[in-house]
Design a protein around this ligand. Structure first.
Ligand code: TMP
Ligand code: MG
Length: 211
């Protein structure tokens, strides 16, 4: 873990609407932590490299059609297929900076009208993050950013419903960061949150999502 204490790594998740700046901030945070000598990897969900991930990717690109519950379970399966590797990395002292996780899974599917309890159920037993950073950006502002509208869920009305569901999922591990601030300001806040989290969770047990 770079700290030399032999503790476990931290599971740090970034969440937010499409075009909220998650991917850029994940990359910046990753290089900062690595530069500090912390063993850190950047992960993302969906992981489009697996065979399940390829099905998800085709669905998002509107190249395939899938029933709402079916795609929900594929997103979940895509996390399950990474769970044991995730656990061994963390226990081995590697911190993971993860671009989207189960909260995306629930918020996006619930925004289609699926029952929240049903959406949460397949996530039960996945690892609980130590820190969830929510990049808060107005759906209208996100839509003005480059590259918007290319994939299935990138519509303002839909993203507004996603934001409401994200809001209802907030718990004690969440920190909300104003994603409309300048990139460097956001970056600075994320660095501090991440460093605190890494040092605090070294001796903490890994747990599962409380859902
Ligand atoms: P990405 O743009 O971060 O690659 O995510 C692709 C889309 O998939 C994004 O609109 C959010 C959505 N999504 C879900 O609907 N369920 C999930 O479990 C995840 C991880 C993402
Ligand atoms: Mg996207």
């Amino acid at each position: 873990n770079g700290g030399g204490k032999g503790g476990r790594g931290a599971l740090i998740v970034l969440e937010g609407l499409d075009r909220s700046g998650k991917s850029s901030q994940c990359a910046r945070l990753l290089s900062f932590l690595q530069g500090k000598g912390c063993a850190t990897e950047g992960w993302r969900f969906p992981d489009r490299d697996t065979s399940v991930g390829k099905m998800i990717s085709a669905y998002l690109a509107n190249e395939s059609q899938l029933d709402d519950r079916t795609i929900h379970l594929l997103f979940s399966a895509n996390r399950w297929e990474k769970r044991s590797l995730m656990e061994s990395k963390l226990l081995g002292g590697t911190t993971l900076v993860v671009d989207r996780y189960s909260y995306s899974g629930v918020a996006f599917s619930a925004a289609k009208g699926l029952d929240i309890g049903w959406c949460k159920a397949p996530e039960v037993g996945l690892l609980a993050p130590d820190l969830v950073i929510y990049l808060d950006v107005q759906p209208e502002k996100a839509a003005e950013r480059g590259g918007y509208g290319g994939e299935r869920y990138e519509r303002v009305e839909f993203q507004k419903r996603v934001a409401e569901h994200y809001h209802s999922l907030r718990d004690s591990t969440w920190k909300v960061v104003d994603g409309s601030l300048p990139m460097e300001t956001v970056e600075e806040q994320l660095r501090e949150l991440a460093m605190n989290c890494i040092s605090e969770c070294q001796d903490k047990q890994l747990t599962n999502l409380p859902w």
